[in-house]
Design a protein around this ligand. Structure first.
Ligand SMILES: *[C@@H]1O[C@H](CO)[C@@H](O)[C@H](O)[C@H]1NC(C)=O
Ligand SMILES: *[C@@H]1O[C@H](CO)[C@@H](O)[C@H](O)[C@H]1NC(C)=O
Ligand SMILES: *[C@@H]1O[C@H](CO)[C@@H](O)[C@H](O)[C@H]1NC(C)=O
Ligand SMILES: *[C@@H]1O[C@H](CO)[C@@H](O)[C@H](O)[C@H]1NC(C)=O
Ligand SMILES: *[C@@H]1O[C@H](CO)[C@@H](O)[C@H](O)[C@H]1NC(C)=O
Ligand SMILES: *[C@@H]1O[C@H](CO)[C@@H](O)[C@H](O)[C@H]1NC(C)=O
Ligand SMILES: *[C@@H]1O[C@H](CO)[C@@H](O)[C@H](O)[C@H]1NC(C)=O
Ligand SMILES: *[C@@H]1O[C@H](CO)[C@@H](O)[C@H](O)[C@H]1NC(C)=O
Ligand SMILES: *[C@@H]1O[C@H](CO)[C@@H](O)[C@H](O)[C@H]1NC(C)=O
Ligand SMILES: *[C@@H]1O[C@H](CO)[C@@H](O)[C@H](O)[C@H]1NC(C)=O
Length: 699
């Protein structure tokens, strides 16, 4: 079994300066230390302990060039000293010998003659040369199980390695060959690092004998094809940074245990990657990032991690790839690093949507959209339309005979609204320079149902305007300069868009009697708590969508109608949600509170336990733990909070230990974002056990 994954192992944590982090490289694979075996848990004493103190207090013999800490009597630290040779007179008690970062170029057999119990020999960052290596030097080290010589000048893998070796790390040398039979007796070797060398091929005998090999890193060599003759025991095979000309259909077929395969930066093109080559039933992780793939190859249902950033995959295929069904196979985890935005696995659209309101069938404006007006010093003159068959058609507008009820006056540099013909139902005035809306233009416009005033510079709407148009259903005034919600709005309104204005005030009774209003958009204004009274939304019995995002609210708005389906409150300053806030909401499906100041304190544990909720977004807050949620929730965004750990057993809506036969009880969560927290893979098993429909996690 690979000691790498053994449960008792304790990860070494050494970090006291940036320089040391790179010193502790060890071939890029952390060293796992078993303290129960007496293994020393520091890899260098440099900068952390006063050597004079040991010398004064340790009665045991210690070579002058080394340190012998009393807490690890079998460890000898001779690292970071510019030593040209291994010191003489090493005590025979030595089991852990640290010689990294010296100038050692040779290894003779005599120097280790008195040391027969060596377990670790660490020679990283020296100047070892193959020619100066005594072939017999390590022959009798029957207890040696770690030999590290990363970052040296070796040109071949040393022969006559001791047969008890478990790890051999030779990354970043100049190795171009493996002497035949070098590994013949290394039956216990589990980890072999050869990345950053000059290997071109591996011949049949090269790796013969490595019956336990688990991890083989051949990244950054000169391979043109995936080497053959690799041991069948390999679970982790790293081949990144080789210029592979392509893959063969059977490149990996002999690797029956392969779980982790890395092929990033290999110049792979879809045309030279057989579609089935990665359909390896044991595969768990596949890294194909930084290649030139244009399609996603077939992957097995067991796959949990797939890296595809920085390829040339077009369209939405990345999102349509499905993992199979079943307990563990349901998880396709895309680890999305870097800023390759187009590659992001976007959340799927919710399966259920709020019912849309009846929408008058409105013809599309015939005039192609023009660039929005900039900030001119002088307004350009209005653009006049073609002559019309309608004598009442304003010169600035287009009156199409096919759509007699539409008046298209958008994108015309209009400053003053022309008189609206009485037959008009649909009025388009967006993208102009209108600053004020007065009643004169609307004297005969009694039939208007829909007005679009978006993107003008309107700062005032005379309330007499609305007296003229009692049947108005949709009013769009987003992207203007209103300082308050217009007074006198008709009670008939169904949609009201006022986003991106400068609204700081809602007049009393502004939304009174609007029993049919389904959408109210106040996004991106300057509303504070005091602007929203208890009764502001009182009459809005049909309201389905309320957007108050990007204002300056500190509290949840009061008196929100409880038939609501969508509530958006992102980008406010909300730090507290009353315990019973959502009580009585029977249709609420989408709640967004991203970018607020919510911490665990302000979020009562079960406040989001709302059975109708499908999509809950709490990203960019200060939550340290996951709130409880209902089993019906499908999408949960918790990215960029302060979450350090997750306990799947605790948040699982059902008892994990009870056997669950009823599929309807299985939580419906499909998409979970946890990136930007203090979490790292792997995903705890209880999360996977509980949320069996989970499709992707971003972590
Ligand atoms: C070790 O070798 C490096 C590079 O060859 C050299 O710059 C340095 O002076 C040497 N250090 C000692 C102590 O000899
Ligand atoms: C090995 O031990 C012998 C006897 O104690 C000593 O004479 C010799 O110098 C030692 N050799 C090394 C390389 O330390
Ligand atoms: C290894 O051990 C054998 C037998 O004990 C001995 O003859 C040989 O000299 C030893 N080799 C080294 C390099 O110490
Ligand atoms: C390999 O490991 C096994 C189990 O730890 C041990 O019994 C055996 O002696 C080792 N083989 C060698 C050649 O050291
Ligand atoms: C591959 O090469 C790139 C660019 O030189 C480097 O950033 C990356 O660390 C290398 N990766 C591996 C696994 O060698
Ligand atoms: C992958 O291989 C399995 C057999 O190992 C096969 O049943 C399955 O159909 C293959 N998947 C695809 C998508 O071809
Ligand atoms: C309003 O309509 C009436 C009757 O069609 C018409 O006489 C009048 O001139 C119109 N007013 C304007 C300002 O167009
Ligand atoms: C709301 O809609 C219903 C049905 O279309 C209609 O009868 C009612 O008059 C409307 N309410 C208002 C205030 O316009
Ligand atoms: C969550 O809501 C369900 C009903 O939908 C209820 O049975 C359960 O007890 C609630 N859980 C908590 C922790 O309040
Ligand atoms: C998770 O919570 C459960 C129930 O409180 C507890 O028994 C378990 O030990 C926790 N697991 C972890 C890893 O903290």
């Amino acid at each position: 079994m690979a000691p790498l994954f053994s449960a008792v192992l304790v990860l070494l944590l050494v970090r006291h300066s940036a320089a040391d982090v790179s010193d502790m490289d060890y071939g890029g694979v952390p060293l796992w230390i078993n303290r129960f075996l007496g293994e020393p848990s520091v890899l260098s004493l440099q900068g952390r302990m006063d050597p004079a103190w040991f010398r004064a207090n340790n009665p045991q013999a210690c070579p002058l060039q080394c340190e012998c800490p009393i807490q690890w009597p079998t460890a000898l630290y001779c690292d970071h000293r510019g030593l040209a040779d291994i010191p003489d007179g090493l005590p025979d008690r030595t089991q852990y010998l640290f010689l990294q970062r010296n100038n050692i170029s040779s290894l003779s057999s005599s120097v280790l003659a008195n040391v027969t119990k060596l377990h670790w020999l660490i020679l990283d960052h020296n100047q070892l040369q193959s020619a100066k290596l005594d072939q017999a030097a390590l022959q009798n080290q029957t207890k040696l199980y770690y030999l590290f010589a990363n970052h040296n000048y070796l040109s071949s893998v040393p022969s006559t390695l001791p047969s008890g070796l478990r790890q051999l790390r030779l990354a970043h040398n100049q190795i171009s060959s493996i002497s035949s039979g070098a590994f013949e007796k290394l039956l216990n070797l589990t980890l072999l690092l050869l990345q950053g060398n000059r290997l071109q091929t591996i011949t049949e005998g090269d790796l013969k004998g490595l019956l336990s090999l688990n991890m083989l890193d051949l990244s950054g060599n000169n391979f043109l094809t995936v080497p053959r003759h690799l041991p069948a025991s390999i679970e982790q095979l790293y081949l990144s940074n080789n210029s592979l000309s392509g893959l063969d259909r059977d490149s990996f077929v002999s690797l029956l245990n392969l779980k982790y395969l890395r092929l990033s930066h290999c110049g792979l093109q879809s045309s030279s990657v057989p579609q089935q080559v990665f359909n390896i039933s044991s595969l768990v992780e596949l890294d194909l990032s930084y290649n030139k793939l244009i399609t996603i190859p077939t992957v097995p249902t067991t796959l949990q991690y797939m890296y595809l950033e920085a390829n040339e995959i077009q369209g939405t295929r990345g999102r349509t790839m499905k993992a199979g069904v079943g307990l563990f196979s349901a998880l396709a985890l895309f680890l999305l690093m870097g800023a390759v935005f187009t590659q992001r696995n976007k959340p799927k659209k919710p399966t259920r949507r709020p019912a849309t309101t009846r929408k008058p069938s409105v013809p599309k404006p015939a005039v192609p959209a023009q660039p929005e007006p900039q900030e001119p010093t002088d307004f350009p003159p209005p653009i006049l339309g073609p002559p019309s068959i309608y004598p009442d058609c304003p010169r600035e507008c287009l009156c199409s005979p096919s759509y007699p009820n539409s008046l298209n006056c958008e994108n015309r540099n209009i400053r003053v609204i022309p008189v609206i013909p009485s037959r008009t139902h649909y009025l388009y005035l967006q993208n102009n320079y209108i600053s004020e809306v007065t009643a004169e233009a609307f004297v005969n416009a009694t039939e208007v149902r829909w007005i679009n005033f978006a993107n003008n510079r309107i700062h005032r709407i005379d309330k007499k305007v609305f007296d003229k148009i009692p049947s108005l259903l949709y009013l769009y005034v987003h992207r203007n300069q209103l300082k308050e919600v217009p007074a006198g709005l008709p009670a008939s309104l169904e949609q009201l868009r006022l986003s991106k204005n400068r609204i700081t005030k809602i007049p009393a009774g502004a939304f009174n009697k609007m029993e049919n209003l389904t959408l109210l958009d106040l996004y991106h204004n300057q509303l504070s708590d005091s602007d929203l009274g208890r009764n502001t939304f009182r009459d809005l019995k049909s309201l389905m969508q309320l957007n108050l995002a990007h204002n300056i609210l500190k509290k949840m708005p009061d008196g929100v109608p409880n038939g609501l389906i969508q509530l958006f409150l992102d980008r406010n300053r909300i730090d507290d949600i009353p315990k019973d806030y959502f009580k009585g909401f029977t249709h609420l499906a989408f709640v967004r509170l991203n970018y607020n100041q919510l911490s665990d304190k302000g979020v009562p544990k079960a406040v989001f336990n709302i059975s109708s909720l499908l999509d809950l977004q709490l990203a960019h807050n200060q939550l340290a733990s996951l709130p409880l949620f209902n089993g019906n929730l499908e999408h949960l965004h918790l990215n960029h909070n302060n979450i350090e750990s997750i306990n799947g057993t605790l948040i699982c809506p059902f008892d994990l230990h009870a056997s669950l036969h009823e599929d309807s009880l299985v939580p419906k969560l499909r998409y979970l974002r946890l990136d930007g927290n203090h979490l790292s893979p792997p995903i705890p098993l209880d999360i996977i056990m509980c949320f069996r429909h989970l499709h992707s996690i971003v972590i």
